[in-house]
Design a protein around this ligand. Structure first.
Ligand code: PRP
Length: 213
């Protein structure tokens, strides 16, 4: 039988996904957090797990290099891949927000300068609002931008709010709620239907129980 390949976003998403998979009866005995290995087999030898950068999960699944993926809704919104989003795994819960200095005032007289790791989400949001903006793509430490005057506001993930607080910024507007999703390659869902649907069912069961929260 063909193995099912599952791509996990490296880091905390993978950690939580591996716990959720174990609850669903899929165990990766040779996985360890500190290992640099990127491919693991489950104990039943039916599922292979690969660890990739979060932003790459959608393309691995779209192209069929992985049959299934586990990745944040933030990445799915930004990458816009042609995949089925089949399950909300209900962990990695956070918010996509417009944030800035407490004293920041919106002005319609000039374009808004927005820094973000999520240029597409940011652009779509301000376009829908009819706000003329320029997006500056950054790769991290986005909170610096409004502090040092690189941008008026940022569009970023807010989880605990600690990063904002420690940098004297606040949420100005919430764009959307984010959580981790299970995505499936469109062809794999037909060709490996039995094993994939069984896995979705098991993951749905453990997700409903909410034991990971
Ligand atoms: C993310 C995000 C915020 C922070 C929010 O950054 O971009 O900076 O986490 O979390 P909080 O509300 O719990 O403080 P990440 O940790 O991925 O680091 P980065 O700035 O290098 O992207």
């Amino acid at each position: 039988m063909d193995k099912v390949k599952i791509a996990l976003a490296k880091g905390r998403t993978a950690e939580d996904a591996i716990k959720l998979l174990a609850m669903a009866g899929v165990e990766f005995a040779d996985y360890s957090k500190n290992s640099r290995k990127l491919i693991f087999k489950d104990t039943s030898n039916e599922i292979e797990m690969i660890l990739v950068k979060s932003g790459d999960v959608p393309i691995y699944v779209e192209k069929g290099a992985a049959d299934i993926g586990v990745v944040g809704k933030d990445v799915l919104l930004e990458e816009d891949a042609d995949v089925f989003e089949v399950l909300n795994l209900k962990f990695g819960i956070c918010r996509m927000c417009v944030c800035g200095r407490k004293d920041f005032e919106w002005s319609t007289h000039r374009k808004l300068i927005v820094a973000s790791k999520y240029p597409k989400i940011a652009k779509n949001y301000f376009d829908l609002k009819g706000i003329h903006c320029e997006i500056i793509k950054l790769n991290g430490s986005v909170e610096l931008a409004p502090i040092i005057g690189l941008a008026d506001v940022i569009v970023d993930i807010v989880e605990s709010g600690k990063t904002l607080k420690e940098n004297h910024l606040e949420v100005l507007q919430e764009i959307t709620q984010i959580s981790t999703r299970l995505i499936v390659n469109k062809v794999s869902l037909k060709t490996k239907s039995t094993i994939i649907k069984e896995l979705i069912r098991k993951l749905d069961d453990v997700t409903q129980k909410g034991e990971l929260q």
